[in-house]
Design a protein around this ligand. Structure first.
Ligand code: A5P
Length: 237
């Protein structure tokens, strides 16, 4: 395991402290979520946790969870007790960018349905402001995606249609993704609200005010970002 993978595993294991016996767990997508799935499966097999069911946020997570022996359920009206997911950027205020792995729409549905939304990642994902390193992924309908890209660019970003190996990338929902590079100092809340109003947009990767805690694994162990009384992230502990 590489050092970065070790950091992801540390954070993933710390996040699992939020899973209680009998919980319905939202399982995120990506390389950090893979450590959550692996460890949750182990704890179930070894009887350390009982009565867990889980809602996967992607086809890849569905497969990995089945392989790990985690019982899966559909997302029901009652939502989930806790959702655990990775992220591409997180601020000290617990705002995040997600979706470089392409599962942002399902991840957002599950995060919004969670009584507790827990983020886990290696320490390189910590930023002081959103957009520092990652674009904001925007999943859009195939119909009119060029027009949607133009509307996004009118909001001040640079929208690039995602491709993998030269092929058009499509999500598990069959939709393309526009990766939007945002200018330094952009107003994430105003941008998110404007993107939400655009026809053709399915979901965007700004997860603002959704997470209750984030765990960042790094050389000094796991740093925790919590929500302070004023709604800002408290000093890491
Ligand atoms: C998946 O769509 C994303 O939101 C991931 O949660 C995010 O890209 C983090 O993935 P890694 O844990 O692989 O960095």
């Amino acid at each position: 395991m590489s050092e970065l993978e070790h950091f992801k595993a540390l954070a993933a294991h710390a996040a699992l402290a939020h899973v209680r016996p009998g919980s319905v767990v939202g399982l995120g997508t990506g390389s950090t979520a893979a450590f959550v799935i692996e460890e949750l499966g182990r704890r179930l097999r070894e009887g350390e946790l009982r009565g867990i069911t889980a809602v996967p946020t992607s086809l890849a997570t569905d497969r990995a969870a089945r392989d790990a022996g985690i019982p899966l359920v559909e997302l029901g009206r009652e939502g989930v007790d806790v959702a655990i997911d990775g992220m591409d950027e997180v601020t000290p205020g617990l705002d995040a960018i997600k979706g470089l792995g392409g599962s942002l729409a399902r991840e957002k549905v599950v995060a919004a349905a969670a009584r507790e939304f827990v983020l886990a990642a290696d320490h390189t994902k910590g930023v002081s402001v959103l957009g520092e390193r990652a674009p904001v992924p925007v999943e859009v309908l195939p119909f009119g995606h060029r027009r949607t890209a133009a509307l996004l660019e009118e909001l001040g970003c640079e929208a690039t249609l995602r491709r993998t190996g030269g092929e058009l990338y499509v999500t598990d929902n069959g939709n393309p993704v526009l990766d939007c590079a945002v200018p330094a100092g952009f107003d994430a809340h105003a941008f998110a609200a404007a993107v939400d109003r655009l026809p053709g947009v399915v979901a965007h990767g700004l997860f603002l005010g959704m997470a209750s805690i984030a765990y960042l694994g790094g050389p000094d162990g796991v740093v925790t970002i919590t929500r302070g009384a004023g709604g800002d992230g408290a000093a890491p502990s």
